[in-house]
Design a binder for this molecule. Structure first.
Ligand code: KG4
Ligand code: ZN
Length: 337
């Protein structure tokens, strides 16, 4: 079955084609216009999706060497994300579905991120723990079987990706902050500055990142301009290390609780190379198996949406044309709309 995947939940306009679950093209356009604003401007994101989606889908089909009339079904993100941005992708998919007389399925963006692991590791077995780390979510899920999720841990304030983005803004770096911090941290000293690993009182398994960001702000104000410039790479490296150590500490706690040792780490933050390096060290010293999708499937893309959709479409589960976008969709709200 030839499926076209469409993703437009935030600031990436993306298309992908998969044949029987195997990705044959994957095209992502990141909207650079937001850099000048230091974050995503929702109205601008919608307009950019609207002006780019037709050419991105054409490029996706060309790369796969297929025609639009060859496509048999469409998988499209319908939540979570920005309302206007989601509407562009969903309405585009509905239009194609009507014109081509083919079914479509609305896919939960978060479940898409989960399925990214299966693109890189098709033989991953259940149950496993999934650390989902994006710009809006930091959660540890126990994935018991396809579609069955139990939440062990979530952030009570900022997400890890947000901590990277807000931290980058404090340091005068561009948006998105994760790749920028990663780049300058590469040659920095991870122990030069001491940032706290935050604890959450009432639920010790949960995450909190807003204190870390505030600690960075205080440190930044305390240092002279000369010191900031000469040690920016050390500040970035120490801050990144504190974010990653926080993620690993909670992951370790959930592993101890559940005794599940198969882990997948997905979402934009999982593209971070230092994250992968630290995971390798952990794996070497234990019987834990950690799976990171390749970086192109960590940040937002339509390949993960196509593959998540395929699992439902092959069972002939389709969405109605009345499907609405859901900006606040949660992972356990169900996979499809
Ligand atoms: O999954 P994603 O592309 O979009 C959402 O669904 O939110 O995640 C975006 C987040 C941003 O906060 C971005 O700064 C972060 O992922 N990110 C990274 C890296 N690449 C993207 N964080 C750390 N290191 C990276 N290399
Ligand atoms: Zn995402």
């Amino acid at each position: 079955m030839l499926i076209l995947g469409i993703e437009s939940s935030c600031d990436e306009t993306a298309g992908a084609v998969c044949r029987d679950g195997e990705i044959i093209s994957n095209v992502v356009l990141s909207q650079v216009i937001h850099k000048q604003y230091g974050g995503v401007v929702p109205e601008i994101a919608s307009r950019e999706h609207d002006s780019q989606i037709t050419s991105i889908i054409q490029k996706t089909l060309d790369k796969a060497n297929v025609k639009i009339s060859d496509i048999q079904a469409i998988a499209v993100t319908y939540g979570a994300g920005l309302m206007g941005a989601l509407l562009v992708g969903l309405n585009y998919a509905k239009g194609l579905s009507i014109a081509l007389k083919i079914p479509f399925i609305g896919v939960n963006h978060l479940e898409g991120h989960l399925y990214a692991s299966f693109i890189s590791f098709p033989d991953m077995k259940y149950p496993y723990l999934c650390l989902l780390v994006t710009g809006g979510h930091t959660q540890i899920w126990e994935v018991q079987s396809p579609g069955n999720y139990f939440l062990h841990s979530t952030t009570i304030d900022d997400a890890a990706g947000e901590a990277f983005d807000k931290g980058a803004r404090i340091l005068g770096l561009a948006y998105p902050g994760g790749p920028e911090i990663e780049k300058i941290a590469q040659h920095g000293d991870t122990e030069k500055y001491n940032f706290p690993i935050p604890k959450v009182k009432n639920n010790p398994l949960n995450f909190s990142f807003s204190g870390l960001k505030t600690a960075l702000l205080y440190k930044y104000r305390e240092l002279s301009q000369d010191e900031i410039e000469s040690h920016k790479k050390d500040i970035a490296a120490s801050y990144q290390e504190a974010i990653l150590n926080t993620l690993f500490r909670q992951l370790d706690n959930v592993i101890t609780l559940t005794e599940i040792t198969q882990i997948s780490i997905v979402g934009g933050v999982a593209a971070n190379k230092r994250f992968r390096e630290k995971a390798d060290l952990l794996k070497d010293n234990s019987n834990i198996h950690i799976y990171f999708p390749t970086a192109e499937y960590c940040t937002d893309n339509a390949a993960m949406i196509a593959v998540a959709g395929y699992e439902k479409l092959k069972e002939r589960v389709y969405s109605p044309l009345t499907l609405k976008v859901n900006p606040n969709l949660a992972l356990n709200d169900g996979a499809v709309g």
